[in-house]
Design a protein around this ligand. Sequence first.
Ligand code: SF4
Length: 389
Amino acid sequence: MVREGGFPPGTGAMLGRTALIPSSLSHYVKRPERRSKPGSVHKDDKEKNSRDNEPGDAAMRKLYLGVDVGSVSTNLVLMDGSGTVVADVYLLTRGRPIQAIQEGIRLLAAQGWDDAQVAGAGTTGSGRLLAGVIVGADVIKNEITAHAVAALEMVPDVRTVLEIGGQDSKIIIIRDGVVVDFAMNTVCAAGTGSFLDRQAARLNIPIEEFGALALKSNSPVRIAGRCAVFAESDMIHKQQVGYPVEDIVRGLCEALVRNYLNNVAKGKEILPPVVFQGGVACNVGMKRAFEEALGVEVMVPPYATVMGAIGAAILAKEATGATGRTRFRGFQVASVRYDTESFECEHCPNGCEIVCIKMEGQLLARWGSRCGRWDTVPEEQPVRREASG
Ligand code: SF4
């Protein structure tokens, strides 16, 4: 098996990730070049050599599991106590989060990490409660906190985090290491990874080449990027007029950045250092477009695609640090049968939809009630047991 760069770089390819991700999304598993520039991404200093991240060494080290379950992707990382990512997995959720989480755990185990001492587990993302129940999380946190924590770990003096994922985007404003403001956009598709994938497919360009193609342009075409529909129809029009494809692609990147700055980032004070993360951060055309629009360097961390999971792992380390106890259920959760069901509470006009998760038929957790009537898994409330070996 191939090991490069201090972690399983081909986690996807090696563990079958390429089989799980359509080629149109394969750019999400590619990492940008490691940075060595002082003061940019400090994480590299911690990645000492590839031997540090051999699974054979895992049993000797405490590791922390981070899981980020979103509507598009499910990401898992294993991080050691020094903050080095030793393994990462990126999977498409495909509307089946339980299976995606279990597959992620299974892939880590197949790499040999099931011998590791997992000393803590954290979950985030829209499916964080579900993931927390399945893996046995010590901490369950929202995406804003997880992404901010990860960005601060990489660039301690970061003041702005731009995050664009497969289906949503967010901005986080940080001052003196504290989140002071944020905004999320889950409505407009323009600028998200899914939108870029569709346009790349429509232009018949492999998404991996999309960003590099944009950089070849010296004369970008102005494309209306107010919303996804406008952007697509304007792009088709510009194609029909006969503009070179690289100018259209660069124009599209610029339009999506304008859309982001005028919507998600509207009214926010964007100050450097600026960190750009999420799947779209791997698109060098988008990075360049942000730099030109903002007039500052935009840093893309080495693990831009899995920053939410990294944040969850860091939070897990903090949550378990004092006691050395964890709720992590072990890698065997990959083969346990989980079922979910839901019902509508009729005790008041709110009519909350209550989600139940069962393990081998036994009720594990319920959530979804506005009043807490049915909840059995209070968010962000750790309950721990001895660390699994
Ligand atoms: S869970 Fe609580 S708030 Fe929701 S419908 Fe039932 S009683 Fe009302």
